[in-house]
Design a protein around this ligand. Sequence first.
Ligand SMILES: NC(=O)c1ccc[n+]([C@@H]2O[C@H](COP(=O)([O-])OP(=O)(O)OC[C@H]3O[C@@H](n4cnc5c(N)ncnc54)[C@H](O)[C@@H]3O)[C@@H](O)[C@H]2O)c1
Length: 352
Amino acid sequence: MKKFEIAVIPGDGIGQEVVPAALDVLRTIAEVHGGLKFEFAEFPWNCDYYLKNGKMMPDDGLQILQGFEAIFLGAVGNPAVVPDHVSLWGLLIKIRREFEQVINIRPAKLMRGLQSPLANPKDFDMIVVRENSEGEYSEIGGRIHRGEDELAIQNAIFSRKGTERAMRYAFELARKRRGHVTSATKSNGIFHSMPFWDEVFKQVKGDYPDVETASYHIDALAAFFVTRPHIFDVIVASNLFGDILTDLGGAVMGSIGIAPAANINLNGKYPSMFEPVHGSAPDIFGKGIANPLGQIWTAQMMLSHFGEDEIAQKLLDAIEEVTADGVKTPDIGGSASTREVSDAICSRLKAL
Ligand SMILES: NC(=O)c1ccc[n+]([C@@H]2O[C@H](COP(=O)([O-])OP(=O)(O)OC[C@H]3O[C@@H](n4cnc5c(N)ncnc54)[C@H](O)[C@@H]3O)[C@@H](O)[C@H]2O)c1
């Protein structure tokens, strides 16, 4: 019996609705599989915790989390009571940075039973590998003067180590998929970092002669996400480019409520963190209509990360069968509740 200890942080808003729904699905997975066991330890770290304690998690929060195999997170943020930069940097971003979760992966595919907003989506199935630790999202820079002479400098950081690491991850992933990697560049406009990005990409691809490649400037690539998403398999992108592309990936699938994500630690020193792309959606919290598919698909990515590919694939199939059957929340054109969707997925898994 394989046992996985998972730290669970439902967080704020609909995180508290979709995380319990996804945990039920994981419990069903364990039951159906027979050789897997999950132990969930839940932590109430969110904006309410901040209001009581003046911090988003206890001082030894990271030490507590470090002992787990993975972190399963819902969403963080309740801007009505805590400013977003305080809640996000106090919990989510702290975990990503301190636990060296240097790669962010986000798949996007045309799901059976879902209406893509694209007129001709064909059968796209792609995954963005986003460099998650440096690039344009750096704290290097500063501001000087105020008023007319004011000046702001923001430096982007591209290390060979970080760039190569993201690219190798993309190539390895492509070998397990359809064997194609696209590089998101902008070397025609960004003078130093992007020609460097292209050089590293060329070097790394030399080690993967079996993988096909393409390289597009980010502006053209973004347009291709809309006009011909089916041409992509794995896309490797810098922190900022990857961030923007993955929101677009969620949008072309049909709803942000179904988009999953994983923050991967590669050196094995810390756990990886699995969280859907969407936030806490205060506008629908408490109505029981939050789409749980993003959180459940995120659980599916966690299973793959644990090496449980077979049951992970069965879960993805169950998700698609349930959407194809029309059991859908209102954001994707249905009238089912959060629980009706997760219960339907559990029933489908049990019928396997
Ligand atoms: N990873 C995270 O924890 C994360 C990510 C994004 C935003 N946030 C935070 O969440 C809060 C709200 O942010 P926002 O409104 O910009 O983004 P959001 O993703 O919470 O919501 C955007 C829109 O999408 C809808 N939506 C989101 N998830 C849905 C789901 N599962 N089912 C159905 N509809 C869904 C919402 O109802 C809303 O209309 C803020 O505090 C923000 O900082 C957190």
